[in-house]
Design a protein around this ligand. Structure first.
Ligand code: THU
Length: 134
């Protein structure tokens, strides 16, 4: 999926996130989540949350997404969306903003209930790979 018509792209990305959400494993929270992102080479990657009987070990949907990104050739995330069990736009949790920062950096565009925002506005003064090489 190329970033041509912005509106169409976000709608398509949201549909991919909803599809992933339909496969979530969330028996403990009852809160399925799906995510989808566009990669700079045109690929799309998705994820759903996968919980665990040991509650604290549950994996957010973004964990699956970054794992798929790396395991299908790497690259940089450019556009990201997250939906809840009703398919409505959801903000990514704090830990997941950090996961996204690693592979998208401050310029990653994130769809939020308040509109499309760069990740730099959702994770200000982020700690990232560049801090380790200074
Ligand atoms: N969750 C995600 O998968 N991603 C987020 O960004 C927000 C929270 C999941 C974790 C847990 O399985 C459920 O939503 C309720 O917190």
């Amino acid at each position: 999926m190329e970033p041509g018509s912005r509106e169409a792209d976000w709608e398509t990305l949201r549909e991919l996130a909803r599809d992933a959400m339909s496969r979530a494993y969330a028996p403990y929270s009852g809160f399925p989540v799906g995510v989808a992102a566009l990669v700079d080479d045109g690929r799309t990657v998705t994820g759903c949350n996968v919980e665990n009987a040991s509650y604290g070990l549950g994996l957010c949907a973004e964990c699956g997404l970054v794992s798929q990104l790396q395991n299908t050739g790497g690259g940089r995330l450019t556009h990201f969306t997250c939906v809840d069990g009703r398919g409505e736009i959801l903000v990514p949790c704090g830990r997941c903003r950090q996961l996204l920062y690693e592979f998208g950096g401050p310029g990653l565009l994130v769809e939020t209930p308040a509109g499309i925002l760069p990740l730099s506005e959702m994770l200000p003064q982020a700690f990232g790979p560049e801090n380790l090489t200074k």
